[in-house]
Design a protein around this ligand. Structure first.
Ligand code: TMP
Length: 213
C-alpha cells in the first residue's frame, strides 16, 4: 500500500480572476524549489471535459442537474483516468496544482440548484482527494469581466456581472458550509500578477508540507 501522499493545491475563483496565470506561476516557483509538479485543470481535456465545453459554448444543450453531474463525472475521471488521472501520482508523492476542482461546482453549479445536491454528487472526490489548500483568488465580478473583455473576442453567455456576483456569493457560502473539513486561503487578486504570486507562494509554503516529496 502506498502511504506517502503528495501535496494537492487547487486554484479557485471567478472567470477572469487570474487562476490559470497563478497556477502556472506557482508551478514554476515549486519546480525551482526542486518539487516535482503536475499541472492540471477542470474541465479536463478528456471526453467528458470536451462534452462540457461544448455545452458551455452553447453548441450542445443540457439540463442544469445533468450538467452538474457531468462536472462531477469529469472530476472522477480527472482522478482515475488511466492516462491522465492525478490520484495515482499524488499517492506516489507528486505535487498536483489544479486550476479548479469541486468548489467550482459548489459555486457555479449551485447558482441554479440546491448547493447540498452539488456537494452530495461530489462527495466521492471530496472523500478521496481533498486539497491541502484551496486558493481562492478574490477579485470583484466587475474587474473579472473587464479582464475577460480585454483578453477575449467574445464572452460566453453566462459571463455577465449578475451571474458572477451570484457565483462569488456561492463560493463564500460553500466555504462556510464546509469550513470544518476544508482549508481555504482567500487571496486578494487585485494586484499585478507577480505580487499575487508572491502572496500565493507564501501561503502554499506555509500550509503544505513538502518534506515528504
Ligand atoms: P474555465 O474558464 O476555468 O476553463 O472553466 C470553464 C467554466 O466552467 C467556468 O465558467 C466555470 C465552469 N465550471 C463549472 O460550472 N463547474 C465546475 O465544476 C467547473 C470545474 C467549472
Amino acid at each position: 500500500m502506498v502511504t506517502k501522499a503528495g501535496t494537492f493545491i487547487v486554484f479557485e475563483g471567478l472567470d477572469g480572476s487570474g487562476k490559470t496565470t497563478q497556477a502556472k506561476l506557482l508551478a514554476g516557483t515549486l519546480r525551482r524549489l526542486g518539487i516535482d509538479v503536475i499541472e492540471t485543470e477542470e474541465p479536463t481535456r478528456g471526453s467528458i471535459g470536451i462534452l462540457i465545453r461544448e455545452i458551455l459554448s452553447g453548441r450542445a444543450e443540457c439540463d442544469d442537474r445533468a450538467l452538474a453531474a457531468l462536472f462531477a463525472a469529469d472530476r472522477v475521471d480527472h482522478l482515475h483516468s488511466a492516462s491522465r488521472g492525478i490520484y495515482k501520482p499524488a499517492m506516489a508523492g507528486r505535487t498536483i496544482v489544479s486550476d479548479r476542482y469541486y468548489f467550482s461546482s459548489y459555486a457555479y453549479n449551485s447558482a441554479h440548484l440546491p448547493i447540498e445536491y452539488v456537494i452530495g454528487i461530489n462527495s466521492i472526490c471530496a472523500e478521496l482527494m481533498r486539497p491541502d489548500v484551496n486558493v481562492f483568488l478574490d477579485l470583484s465580478p466587475e474587474k473579472c469581466l473587464n479582464r475577460l473583455k480585454e483578453n477575449r473576442k467574445r464572452l460566453d453567455t453566462y459571463e455577465n456581472v449578475g451571474y458572477l456576483r451570484k457565483v462569488r456569493f456561492r463560493y463564500f457560502e460553500a466555504f462556510k458550509l464546509t469550513e470544518e473539513k476544508e482549508r481555504v486561503a482567500i487571496v486578494d487578486a487585485d494586484s499585478p500578477a507577480l505580487e499575487v504570486s508572491d502572496r500565493v507562494a507564501k501561503i502554499v509554503l506555509q500550509y503544505c508540507n513538502f518534506t515528504s516529496v
